[in-house]
Design a protein around this ligand. Structure first.
Ligand SMILES: CSC[C@H]1O[C@H](OP(=O)(O)O)[C@H](O)[C@@H]1O
Ligand SMILES: Nc1ncnc2[nH]cnc12
Length: 315
């Protein structure tokens, strides 16, 4: 495995695997790389693999290959910076989530478009933190909306073609839900019944512990970022029903991961083509230009060096 300072490998698409998704299928592993970034090393070495077509993608396991990193300790800055250093422009992030709505059932897929932040400020959430450079990224639309819309039809197609053995655990054909709001909690304990009900009143539809600060950092690094959420449980809001437990989550985790691999396999070639020549990802390019406060004379050179790693166009 190579350990570098981060070298552009011309890989345009990155995949972040969440709980249960520690590798992709039908890929030829070309190399493993472990780039050192100004924010440390990523959660796991990044696997650079080739699809059957030859298209290269970068895969990173969010919690480490053996799931040893809890959500609050995921080195998200290093993860995003490392992917960017390889040339990545778009990230498909997978996540196991709880459902806050009756109609969003275990086994279903969700492409959220909004986030409610319930993390507790213990996770470094900005590349600019601790530097002499101040920046305010726009985050009103926290996901790359064009990318999310583009994914909708493609994920739908995979779910339409899912065979009964693929959704045997949930016992019903998986449904794709769009335009939903995800709550990101700190964890690692699951929510109380009262919290779970409160999130519903706030407008939350699903819940996880991982989408933040990942999505914020992807925005700061001008990367297109979409979350493909797979539902494992009903959290703890249902009257008269038992609360979510890890055992409950594990029941659907592996079936969901299997279908997630199908989704990845079916979209990665087209996404790579879009990243190469389409205009799907142009929204994010240049988005930080006017977010950085323009007092460059007072910005420390060491901070500019650090930030150049993710935003070479401005530093
Ligand atoms: C294993 S249950 C809670 C855990 O699962 C989700 O992880 P990920 O988003 O990486 O799939 C959730 O966010 C929690 O970290
Ligand atoms: N109920 C839940 N709460 C938070 N994260 C989760 N990941 C999967 N299920 C979850």
């Amino acid at each position: 495995m190579s350990s570098t300072k981060g070298e552009n490998e011309n890989v345009l698409v990155g995949v972040i695997g969440g709980s249960g998704l520690y590798h992709l299928n039908n890929l030829t592993i070309l190399k493993e790389t472990n780039p050192e970034t100004p924010w440390g090393y990523p959660s796991s070495p990044i696997t650079i693999c080739a699809l059957p077509s030859g298209t290269k993608v970068a895969f990173l396991a969010r919690h480490g290959p053996g799931h040893t990193i809890p959500p609050s300790a995921v080195p998200s800055r290093a993860n995003i910076a490392a992917l960017k250093s390889l040339g990545v422009r778009a990230i498909l992030a997978f996540s196991a989530v709880g459902s806050l709505r009756e109609e969003i059932a275990p086994g279903d897929f969700v492409l959220p478009t909004q986030i409610i932040d319930r993390t507790k400020g213990v996770r470094p959430a900005s590349f600019f933190e601790g530097t002499s450079v101040v920046a305010h990224a726009a985050f009103g639309d926290p996901f790359a909306n064009r990318l999310v819309r583009w994914l909708e039809t493609r994920v739908q197609k995979v779910l339409d073609n899912a065979s009964p053995d693929e959704y045997a655990v949930s016992g019903k054909k998986p449904v794709l839900h769009t335009n939903k709001c995800i709550v990101c909690m700190e964890g690692p304990q699951f929510s109380t019944r009262a919290e779970s009900k409160m999130y519903r009143m706030w407008g939350g539809d699903i819940i996880n512990m991982s989408v933040l600060p990942e999505a914020k950092l992807a925005r700061e690094a001008e990367l297109g970022y979409a979350l493909i959420a797979t539902v494992t449980d009903y959290d703890s809001w249902r009257e008269g029903e038992s609360v979510v437990t890890a055992a409950e989550v594990f029941k659907t985790l592996h079936a969901n991961a299997k279908l997630s691999r199908h989704v990845a396999a079916s979209v990665l070639d087209d996404l790579n083509a879009e990243a190469t020549q389409g205009d799907l990802l142009t929204e994010e390019q240049g988005s930080m230009k006017f977010s950085i406060m323009p007092r460059s004379g007072e910005q420390k050179e060491e901070d500019r060096d650090k930030l150049r790693f993710i935003l070479p166009a401005y530093f």
